[in-house]
Write a protein of this length. Structure first.
Length: 134
């Protein structure tokens, strides 16, 4: 598989590519929104968006490993955060945490960052979904 970051001239630099041109993908893994919930249904990292994000990325890492893939194989990533996160004051910390998992412009194109009033459980602050390929 060949990946190449592409962008438009007037888009701001955000630490991730705006688009990826991908060739020769043979396998795909589509990962539904991962909740910050353990096997007993208990919320992990209550009131801590970064702890919830870390947990979800680790669950995605585990899912990918079962398909013989890893985080660098993610091509498209979507984060959905609730209004409780106060994204405008937490933006830098969330971007920095994202970059620990997906350094520089070699990471996935940030598919979407949504802000919603609530997720499926009142203590969920963030949900992550991904598309991986190789």
């Amino acid at each position: 598989m060949e990946k190449k970051d592409i962008t438009a001239k007037h888009l701001p630099r955000m630490g991730f590519p705006w688009a990826l041109h991908v060739k020769d993908v043979r396998e795909w893994v589509f990962i539904s929104g991962i909740p910050p919930m353990d096997e007993r249904g208990k919320i992990v990292g209550k009131d801590d968006v970064l702890a919830q994000f870390d947990y979800e990325v680790e669950m995605i890492r585990e899912v990918l490993s079962k398909a013989g893939m890893a985080l660098p194989d993610i091509l498209y990533l979507t984060l959905t955060v609730t209004e409780k996160v106060d994204l405008y004051t937490r933006w830098d910390s969330l971007v920095q945490r994202y970059l620990t998992y997906f350094p520089g412009l070699t990471g996935p194109a940030a598919g979407c960052l949504r802000v919603v009033s609530a997720l499926s459980h009142p203590d969920m602050l963030v949900e992550v979904e991904a598309i991986a390929g190789r």
